[in-house]
Design a protein around this ligand. Structure first.
Ligand code: NAD
Ligand code: DAU
Length: 364
């Protein structure tokens, strides 16, 4: 059946990869994005054929969301729009609450208004709320997050996503809105903004700049290649049960310091330090610099993804090593994307063409 998907946050990292994935699967896609600093339209420059529209709007704007859902009339919503960076949430939490909590509320409530009649959900529509494993807080040396692990968020980012998840659950239980919540581990891959660990380290290595590791680098994350996440979101939308949560993870736990060393080794393979003038005779590992730890830094995340494997037949296809090789290659082959992302030039076109509407957004 032909599908119509509204993707919120489709100009961000996972969103832009998901837009490509959906178009490749013959889905008509409408991407709604407010074009914050995390949005990069360069990532959507090569979409090729497919039924795609872009709408500049803020998920907190109820009238805009209502008009969009009415006019585009999607049968699938993939809700990804969010403020997503933990360090920024520590510096300035307010926008995390308005976007992640109120923005999610607005989308859910508009969907309820349009998709339910007499207190019952209509037909085969699905609202996939894309969340994170950070809602569960931190693990010690052992154990895995399951779908029944108690929520215990540490950062303002994680707390705002937890709030959004609670609203999503409530909209299923109270109104029967066909919501599916996914909680995923750390993603990496092409088109990730170089403020997150893996793209930051790759771009810093290539430019010969310090590679800042928080604390002793012993914190552990479970890494998932972004295409595997897109497959999982599709499985959840196509085969998932409304009201059910699905944990998504790569089963690829690594300490941060080991991730950074693996990046040094992979970059060395692809562009040996001796051929990289920016290194001025150094080895990549010499760029590693231990810096102050992140406040409230969760020690370990690890996902038990057995429910989605068992019920929806989803499993990741990349190992950390195969995914990292693809990722490093992408950053090397897309030097112009990297240059525009790191210099801030990627904003020029957006600021020029959307000046008025961005001003209106910022006045909210
Ligand atoms: P990102 O920061 O790269 O992109 C977020 C996008 O949302 C940007 O394009 C931004 O412009 C847009 N946006 C922000 N505020 C908006 C608003 N008010 N209205 C409309 N659009 C807005 O994020 P990402 O890393 O691609 O993450 C996408 C989603 O997946 C988020 O909900 C995040 O919590 C979740 N998630 C991310 C990861 C990860 O490792 N990156 C893991 C699990 C879950
Ligand atoms: O677990 C899923 C989450 O993964 C998502 O919900 C978030 O949106 C996403 O940003 C990510 O959160 P993290 O905080 O785990 O990702 P980040 O890339 O910021 O950091 C990964 C680890 O690396 C973390 O332990 C902190 C550390 N780190 C990070 C940066 C940016 C460093 O040591 N140095 C750095 O410069």
């Amino acid at each position: 059946m032909a599908r119509r998907a509204l993707v919120s946050g489709g100009a961000g990292f996972i969103g832009s990869n998901l837009v490509k994935f959906l178009l490749a699967h013959g889905v008509s896609v409408c991407n709604v994005d407010a074009l914050t600093y995390a949005a990069n339209l360069d990532s959507l420059a090569d979409l090729g054929a497919g039924d795609y529209t872009f709408v500049l709007a803020d998920i907190r704007d109820r009238d805009a969301m209502r008009e969009l859902l009415e006019q585009f009339d999607p049968d699938l919503v993939f809700h990804l729009a969010a403020e997503s960076h933990v360090d920024r949430s520590i510096e300035g939490p307010a926008v995390f609450v308005t976007t992640n909590v109120l923005g999610t509320f607005t989308l859910l409530d508009v969907a309820r208004e349009l998709w339910t009649a007499n207190g019952r959900a209509v037909d085969s529509r699905r609202f996939v709320h894309v969340s994170t494993d950070e809602v569960y807080g931190s693990l010690g040396d052992d154990g895995l997050f399951t779908e029944t692990t108690r929520y215990d968020p540490s950062s303002p980012y994680a707390a705002s996503k937890a709030g959004a998840d609670h609203l999503a659950h409530a909209y299923f239980r109270t109104y029967g809105l066909p919501v599916i919540v996914t909680n995923c581990s750390n993603n990496y891959g092409p088109r990730q903004f170089p403020e997150k660990l893996i793209p930051l380290m790759i771009t810093r290595a290539l430019s010969g700049e310090p590679m800042p590791v928080y604390g002793a680098g012993n914190n552990v994350r479970d890494w998932l290649y972004v295409d595997d996440h897109c497959e999982a979101l599709w499985a959840a939308a196509e085969r998932g049960t409304p009201g059910r949560d699905y944990n998504i993870g790569g089963n690829q736990e690594r300490r941060n310091i080991d991730v950074v060393r693996a990046i040094c080794a992979e970059v060395e393979r692809a562009r040996p330090a001796r051929t990289n003038e920016a290194l001025a005779g150094k080895q990549y590992e010499e760029l590693i610099t231990f810096v102050d730890d992140r406040p409230g830094h969760d020690f370990r995340y690890a996902i038990d993804a057995s429910r989605i494997a068992r019920e929806l037949s989803w499993e990741p296809s990349e190992t950390f090593e195969s995914g990292l090789e693809k990722t490093v290659r992408w950053y090397l082959e897309n030097a112009r994307w990297v240059e525009r992302a790191t210099s801030g030039e990627y904003r020029d076109w957006i600021d020029k063409n959307y000046a008025e509407r961005l001003e209106a957004r910022d006045a909210r």
